[in-house]
Design a protein around this ligand. Structure first.
Ligand SMILES: Cc1ncc(COP(=O)(O)O)c(C=O)c1O
Length: 394
């Protein structure tokens, strides 16, 4: 079950893919002198940079590779620490672990994103960066996080993988810190099957991220230019077929987010009558991309009862999005002297045990959002879902 972009796949995406196939150029690099070469990847980079109002964007193979390229671009070194929330997708941890960096977990608050009040007590002499994750499309409290980063001279890598299209006080999610990472996988606001993007205003960061993603090469290379490279890279390149789909999806992004906001508003206005819960905090009520409607019940027993009645689950049960459910990450943290079990982050545990994710645009049982509405739900369907929810609350 996918995200909103996938619900809106149409003939435009199909035609764009066929156009690339007909061109004969599937790799991001082609013959610059051949008018048949369509430059889909570099066009997506330009368009996404324009959309986010930043100087540079880099297209990659996934959100995970965007995160890994970003931490390496920031110059984080093995043994450095990065503060990450205890509620996020597993890739926020695994991408930094692969770079030899130690993820230091911190509590979330009722926005289900990094709790600024918990960050400072996690800072040590090894802390080099903070990773705010805009979970479920809801931007973190970036004013407070940026102030803490400035005070302690820390870098900020925004994991905006779930938040393409979201903004915070008028600035696009991902564009506020030093560098931001996005995913275009099937569950995201817009998708291209798999894929990712990195954005930044810093030329040096962009160039290093580019090199990391392309075997050490500098941006926009012509052929294999040996002898002038000093960054060790891998292959996280996007191809022309993926970018062709990504470009069409990008042209739909504002319409997708507007539609989700309208549908969630209607859903919220009806279910709020049920009582016994509040909606999660939105750090910018006009900025979140409304892919999910999260309710936080007063009591965890009620959260369990309601979600079970609807065939769903509470957020603390949502697998590899909750620190305590990630067996491989827990094993790794133990091996670096950070033993964690459920209970290590009591505020996070408490909030997530009382929270239920209702789908609005991202319909994903893995997020605990297997029940709700979708971007194509009619008014009657939204009303019916709302009635079901209210009945379950009784
Ligand atoms: C918060 C977060 N970070 C990183 C990722 C990784 O993105 P991808 O699946 O494109 O590698 C995801 C994807 O689900 C995510 O939700």
């Amino acid at each position: 079950m996918p995200g909103p972009g996938a619900y809106w796949f149409g003939k435009e995406e199909m035609e764009a893919v066929i156009e690339v196939m007909k061109s004969g150029y599937l790799f991001r690099y082609g013959s610059e002198n051949d008018p048949k070469f369509l430059h889909k990847v570099s066009t997506l980079e330009k368009e996404f940079a324009r959309y986010c109002n930043v100087k540079f964007a880099l297209a990659t193979s996934s959100g995970t590779s965007s995160l890994l390229a970003s931490v390496l671009a920031l110059g984080l070194k093995p043994g450095d620490e990065i503060i990450v929330p205890a509620y996020t997708f597993v890739a926020s941890y695994s991408s930094v672990i692969f770079a030899g960096i130690v993820p230091v977990l911190a509590e979330i608050d009722e926005s289900l994103t990094l709790d600024p009040d918990d960050i400072e007590r996690r800072i040590t002499s090894r802390t080099k960066a903070i990773m705010p994750v805009h979970m479920l499309g809801n931007p973190c409290d970036m004013d407070k996080i940026m102030a803490i980063a400035k005070k302690h001279n820390l870098l900020v890598l925004e994991d905006a993988c779930q938040a393409a299209g979201a903004s915070y006080n008028g600035e696009k999610a991902g564009s506020i810190g030093n560098i931001g990472a996005f995913s275009l996988n099937i569950f995201k606001t817009i998708n291209s099957g798999d894929g990712g993007l990195v954005i930044t205003n810093d030329k040096a960061l962009y160039e290093t991220a580019f090199s990391v993603h392309d075997q050490g090469h500098k941006p926009m290379r012509f052929g294999v230019e040996v002898g002038t490279r000093n960054v060790l890279g891998l292959n996280f390149r996007m191809n022309e077929l993926t970018a062709a789909v990504g470009l069409v999806q990008l042209s739909k992004i504002d319409r997708i987010v507007d539609t989700l906001r309208q549908k969630r508003k209607k859903l919220k206005s009806i279910i709020s009558k049920a009582g016994g819960f509040k909606f999660r905090t939105l750090n910018d009520p006009n900025g979140d991309c409304a892919t999910i409607c999260t309710v936080i019940f007063d009591a965890k027993e009620q959260a369990a009862k309601v979600s079970k009645a609807l065939g769903s689950k509470t957020v603390d049960q949502s697998g590899w999005h909750v620190y305590a459910n990630m067996e491989h990450i827990l094993n790794h943290l133990k091996s670096v002297g950070q033993p964690h079990t459920k209970g290590s982050y009591p505020k996070t545990d408490d909030i997530l045990s009382r929270a239920m994710n209702i789908s609005v645009g991202v319909v994903d049982g893995g997020l605990g959002a297997g029940w709700g509405i979708n971007i194509n739900s009619s008014d009657a369907e939204i009303e019916a879902a709302a009635k079901q929810f209210i009945d379950a609350c009784k």
